[in-house]
Write a protein that binds this ligand. Structure first.
Ligand code: HAM
Length: 424
């Protein structure tokens, strides 16, 4: 690193994605895009900044995200704005505002950066990226199952095995209220054994106590009343039918009654895909149904479900299982010693590109030796050398940079054909 004293560094937890990594990201994104389109999802792009109230009302006032993690600020007009911590709220706001939900079924996807002021560690960042999907107007559980099958197809396309799918049902708001009461009574009995975080949650958001990662709390949590026992018949039937879809499709899953999610808008089925290969930050994709959110944000009651994938975690996982051969190196490096060659060479390079070849032109001059060095470093397969002599004869010298062998003098008019033969 070449840091001088007055250099400015990136904000903690916000990372540069450098070209070597971007190739992997593009591979993942393009696989995701193909699959999302195959299931009829259409892209939506919404602003990175929304009114703070949008997130408070949707994610929930008493959640870690809203209480502790949002990048909120007052703009010059005095409005409280927030950098989006997730994509669902903005997507719902946009769908309502643009009248996209009136008696309509919609399937949207989005991708981009999200911001949460969490404690940075491997797999957990303050600016991170998600690919998310939201489906509106379908009661499920068929659409819930379709969402899960779609994520399965992405794992398969990326060569990922051994991911674990956990599912749970959070029921309806009514069944949750019933369960909440029972849970508060139970946890209050153990009040003196609860850690500080759980004590705080007990007051405001008791279900989140079930999500505690503190090992000392495990026993109390394991013996807590089971949410399933409080589901109403409709919620139970919905969850059972989702499981029967998954069984038919031979998707393995674990029912985890402690899976509660950190955002308040969920109802009925929720799910999370995890891996044991990334350490503590093991969730690579999570989502579920959020039937009440559209109405909560001012729209007509509309059933909805979706999920979001954490791109940093997914890309890391893909890199661990081994990358496919992503070849974005140039096919050809143009070595152009002399000003006549620079001009002719640029024209020839355009002809090569028009036939689909990736061509890197030597720019900025330099001796033949230094240009050949750059050609080697560029990872190109071939060099084309165009000196004064070649220019005068309408020829070009072809050199294979990967396999040693004699250089060949070829006609400029047949150079495309020559290269394409060597590429086969
Ligand atoms: P979430 O569980 O908060 O859900 O985030 C989804 C995924 O984003 C996580 O499983 C994880 O892979 C990634 N992620 C979250 N926070 C971070 C972070 N600080 N650094 C790196 N990756 C992170 C949602 O955001 C919901 N909006 C998902 C959804 C869409 N539910 C319905 N539709």
């Amino acid at each position: 690193m070449n840091l001088v004293d007055n250099s400015i560094q990136a904000v903690r937890g916000m990372n540069d994605l450098l070209p070597d990594v971007i190739e992997l990201w593009q591979h993942v994104e393009s696989a995701a895009r193909d699959i999302l389109h195959a299931y009829g999802y259409r892209e939506i792009r919404v602003p990175l900044v929304e009114k703070t109230e949008l997130f408070a009302r949707s994610i929930g006032h008493v959640t870690d995200i809203v209480e502790k993690e949002m990048y909120s600020f007052e703009d010059r007009s005095g409005d409280s704005l927030t950098l989006r911590p997730e994509g669902t709220a903005g997507c719902v706001r946009a769908a309502i505002e643009n009248g996209l939900l009136h008696n309509q079924v919609q399937r949207f996807w989005y991708a981009g950066p999200m911001f949460r002021h969490e404690r940075p560690q491997k797999g957990r960042y303050r600016q991170f990226h998600q690919i998310g999907v939201e489906a509106f107007g379908m009661q499920g559980p068929d659409i819930d199952a379709e969402l899960i099958l779609m994520s399965c197809r992405l794992w398969e396309a990326l060569g990922l095995r051994e991911l674990t799918l956990e599912i749970n049902s959070l029921g309806t708001p009514e069944s949750r209220t019933r369960y909440r009461k029972v849970l508060i009574d139970y946890l209050t009995e153990y009040r003196d054994q609860l850690d500080a975080d759980s004590l705080r949650r007990l007051e405001h958001n008791p279900l989140r106590v079930l999500d505690s990662k503190d090992p000392a709390m495990r026993d109390i949590i394991n013996r807590a009343p089971n949410m399933f026992d409080y589901l109403d018949d409709g919620a139970r039937a919905h969850f059972e039918e989702l499981q029967s879809y998954l069984n038919e499709a031979q998707v393995s899953y674990v029912v985890n009654p402690r899976l509660v999610r950190g955002l308040d808008y969920y109802t009925h089925a929720v799910f999370e895909w995890t891996t044991d290969k990334l350490g503590a930050q093991s969730a690579i994709c999570a989502g579920g149904r959020f039937d009440g959110l559209v109405e909560q944000l001012g729209g007509k009651p509309t059933p909805a479900a979706g999920f979001a994938i954490g791109m940093e975690r997914l890309a890391e996982l893909v890199s661990l299982v081994g990358l496919p051969d992503i070849d974005s190196a140039p096919h050809v490096y143009m070595v152009l010693p002399g000003s006549l060659a620079e001009h002719r060479g640029m024209r020839l390079a355009e002809t090569l590109r028009s036939s689909g070849l990736r061509v890197l032109c030597n720019c900025g001059g330099g001796s033949m030796k230094s240009q050949m060095k750059r050609a080697d470093k560029s990872a190109a397969r071939f060099a084309l050398i165009l000196g004064d002599e070649e220019c005068a004869q309408g020829k070009v010298t072809f050199k294979n940079l990967r396999i040693s062998g004699p250089q060949e003098l070829i006609d400029q008019s047949s150079v495309v054909e020559h290269i394409q033969k060597r590429l086969q």
